[in-house]
Design a binder for this molecule. Structure first.
Ligand SMILES: Cc1cc2nc3c(=O)[nH]c(=O)nc-3n(C[C@H](O)[C@H](O)[C@H](O)COP(=O)(O)OP(=O)(O)OC[C@H]3O[C@@H](n4cnc5c(N)ncnc54)[C@H](O)[C@@H]3O)c2cc1C
Length: 297
């Protein structure tokens, strides 16, 4: 069994903003080359940790562990695997958690997961768990040493009838033993600050880490906003649409917007940001350079 890594909750309370990035396990050989190239490129600035998402089903789930191990062993990153309740019995979850522990992972992003493609309702495994909060409680009971992150939705989770109802569920999830919240992507900081104020008013006291997507193109960002039900500000939409056919110019617009967001988030006390980099390095590297120049990293 490997020695457990560093708890993200400790990183978040160290007083200096942290920067982390999210990978997803690739499905193709080309995707495998991309993630390795990106991990290698990001090594130079050393993100405080990297996370690796958990697939909707099948072999990508094995790859969460495989790539998580690789990112830890070969590149030396502190790795946080994600885990969802989708399709798993409690016994299976225990087996996966034991493997996470044996691998030396200290942190887990703890999620319910989405319903399978084409389905609108989440149906738990007959001997499984129905909500992110249940997974948090389950891990706290059986593997108490893990540091646990949970998802938060500044513009509300798509299935929730209102933000207030969703926030009540988030409070319950945190009360089960979550250590920090990472948010869904958002493009308007006003949405994040309002969400954060409402969380604090409800007595949610754990660190809230904004999740930022540096947009890559107009088409990609509209697709993501549609899926997550996040709002695309008119100004960002117009700027991206104006350079629709120019990859480099689109990336520049995305980085510029994300930079302004992060600058304000750090200046107003966010303990870190988590970048949704889609396994690509260019935006993250450019953002790090700018944030260093600002003296914010
Ligand atoms: C940071 C982050 C990382 C993610 N990573 C992944 C990943 O790796 N793999 C993946 O498949 N998906 C991932 N997702 C997507 C996530 O799985 C979906 O958004 C999913 O639909 C909700 O998961 P959750 O744990 O946030 O849900 P929950 O907290 O369980 O909430 C889901 C819905 O149920 C409601 N609810 C909660 N508790 C109750 C209750 N007791 N009674 C009634 N309603 C309730 C909530 O209001 C919400 O509408 C990620 C999301 C985020 C924000």
């Amino acid at each position: 069994m490997k020695k457990p890594g560093r708890a993200i909750s400790d990183m978040l309370s160290a007083g200096k903003p942290i920067l982390s990035v999210e990978f997803f396990p690739p499905k193709t050989e080309e995707g495998a080359r991309l993630i390795l190239r990106t991990a290698n490129a990001l090594k130079s600035f050393g993100p405080d940790f990297v996370s690796i998402t958990y697939g909707a089903g099948g072999s990508t789930r094995e790859r969460t562990l495989d790539y998580g191990e690789l990112l830890q062993e070969i590149f030396g990153f502190e790795v946080m695997p994600h885990l969802t309740c989708v399709g798993h019995s409690r016994e299976e979850l225990k087996g996966i958690l034991q493997r996470f522990k044996d691998t030396g992972f200290r942190n887990i992003m703890t999620l319910r997961g989405d319903p399978p493609k084409g389905k609108t309702d989440f149906v738990p495994h007959p001997d499984g768990l129905a909500y992110g909060s249940e997974l948090v409680a389950f891990i706290r009971e059986h593997f108490p040493h893990f540091c646990l992150g949970v998802g938060g939705y500044p513009e509300k989770h798509p299935e929730a009838p209102s933000l207030e109802v969703d926030l009540g569920h988030l409070k319950h999830k945190v009360d089960q033993g979550a250590d920090f919240i990472t948010t869904q992507l958002f493009f308007s900081n006003a949405d994040f600050f309002s969400f954060q104020d409402k969380c604090r008013a409800l007595g949610i006291e754990v660190p809230i880490v904004p999740g930022i997507l540096p947009a890559l193109s107009f088409d990609q960002v509209t697709k993501f906003c549609d899926f997550c039900q996040a709002t695309l500000p008119e100004e960002l939409g117009k700027r991206l649409e104006a350079v629709k056919d120019d990859e480099a110019a689109s990336l520049e617009v995305g980085v510029d917007w994300a930079h302004q967001q992060i600058k304000e988030l750090f200046e107003r006390g966010s303990p870190g940001v988590h970048l949704y980099i889609l396994n690509r390095s260019a935006s993250a590297l450019s953002l790090v350079e700018r944030l260093h120049a600002d003296g914010l990293l």
